[in-house]
Design a protein around this ligand. Structure first.
Ligand code: SF4
Length: 407
């Protein structure tokens, strides 16, 4: 057997499936894309608008902050408004510090949410910790909701960390400080899951996450978690950062984990530019899953980077226009043409790689590079179908792509 097979994606790690408001996470189900709002949840209009935008962009679950009475009171109203808009997206409540109290005081909120996120590092402190954790779990049992036990190293359980550091010292420091921290993160998630199960929450109501901001740390903690539990795993690099750094760091870490078969749902945590588009994180999550071959959401446009053989920007502009056309038409195409998500369109800048790449696509064009005959061969289903000439090659190819999809 060729060693090349060693580099193929590993089989998905076996995990217990969890039903989150009708969306299945784990158990071999396709990796779920989720996101989180950054509106004040008490601002019902703003939150409904952002949840709707995230869901329309492809977020299959949306998490909202539930941090005080006003936001807890808003949750059922947000749920109702979304239903009236025909948007059936499960809402996840993000609780810290007083989640037990908010859920107890706002039964309509507890009912409206599809999942509760518990942070074991701040659910309560000292003697109150287990009691308040138990109260949230009991609410989840009462309302038949799943929970995500979401550890974050920015709010790590300090008692557990101190205990494991003391143990490490007593044993002669077999672990580095970094290893103790990773072990604390993993144990915090596992011990909390064990406690939730002891209280009576079934395994198929528990999802785990263990978020850190370093790529190597994230890979390590999820690798540890994946071998020590069969709970469904929510992947995400926390505080990934802004712009390309956040995208690269998230893609590198989540990509490596998913290649190992680890991960049942992902969130890409990008810091948006002030006033920036929150849906970017959904687009990145979808593109990550699609380029890795795990899911298909939208036709892929393959385009070469261009080089000294292309002195005009015609092919970049055409690639951009095709991409924009696809994004604009996808809501309709998805309904009308099932399977359209899997198409590949190639827009290439010259004869060097143009025909070859175009043949690998469903439909592709090789534009003329500098000094080449001003003609653009078009390939459909791997065969040369025609050659476009004249001043409107770009427009003609756009029409061909639309026709191909429609036919
Ligand atoms: Fe350059 Fe042609 Fe390769 Fe595009 S296909 S990068 S234009 S050589």
């Amino acid at each position: 057997m060729s060693a090349a097979f060693d580099f193929d994606p590993q089989p998905r790690r076996a995990s217990v499936a969890v039903d989150v408001g009708g969306v299945i996470v784990g158990g071999g189900a396709p990796v779920v894309v989720q996101s989180m709002t950054n509106t004040d949840t008490a601002d019902i209009d703003g939150t409904v608008a952002q949840v709707a935008a995230l869901h329309k962009a492809g977020s299959e679950l949306v998490r909202i902050t539930v941090d005080r009475d006003e936001s807890a009171a808003a949750v059922p109203k947000i749920r109702d408004r979304l239903e009236r808009l025909g948007l059936d997206v499960p809402l996840v409540g993000d609780f810290h510090y007083i989640g037990h109290k908010l859920l107890a005081d706002h039964p309509a909120c507890a009912e409206a949410l599809a999942k509760y996120r518990i942070n074991p590092g701040n659910v309560g402190f000292k003697d109150k910790k287990d009691k308040q954790f138990a109260e949230i779990v009991e609410m989840a049992i009462r309302y038949d909701k799943p929970v995500r036990i979401g550890v974050n190293w920015g709010s790590l359980d300090q008692e557990l960390l101190t205990r494991l550091m003391d143990e490490n010292q007593a044993n002669g420091f077999p672990l580095t400080a970094q290893q103790v921290t990773r072990e604390t993160i993993v144990q915090s998630a596992l011990l909390s899951a064990e406690l939730a199960e002891d209280i009576g929450l079934p395994r198929n109501r528990i999802i785990l996450s263990a978020k850190v901001s370093g790529v190597q740390d994230l890979i390590a903690v999820y690798a540890m978690l994946s071998t020590r539990s069969d709970h469904a795993l929510h992947l995400g690099l926390t505080e990934a950062g802004m712009g390309t750094k956040g995208i690269v760091a998230s893609s590198a870490s989540l990509g490596i984990l998913m290649q190992q078969g680890i991960g049942d749902t992902i969130r890409i945590s990008l810091t948006p530019e002030p006033g920036g588009d929150r849906t970017r994180e959904v687009q990145v999550a979808q593109e990550l899953l699609q380029v890795m071959g795990f899911r298909q959401f939208i036709p892929v446009v393959a385009a070469c980077p261009g080089c000294g053989r292309t002195t005009s920007t015609v092919f970049q502009e055409l690639a951009q226009k095709i991409q924009d056309d696809i994004r604009r038409n996808m809501p309709v195409w998805r309904e009308k043409y099932p399977g359209v998500e899997g198409l590949k369109v190639a827009v290439m800048g010259c004869i060097v790689n143009g025909p070859g790449e175009s043949k690998h696509a469903d439909i592709g064009i090789s534009l003329p590079g500098t000094g080449e005959t001003p003609a653009a061969p078009v390939f459909i289903d791997g065969q040369k179908a025609m050659t476009l000439r004249g001043p409107n090659i770009a427009g003609d190819f756009e029409t061909l792509v639309s026709d191909y999809i429609e036919k």
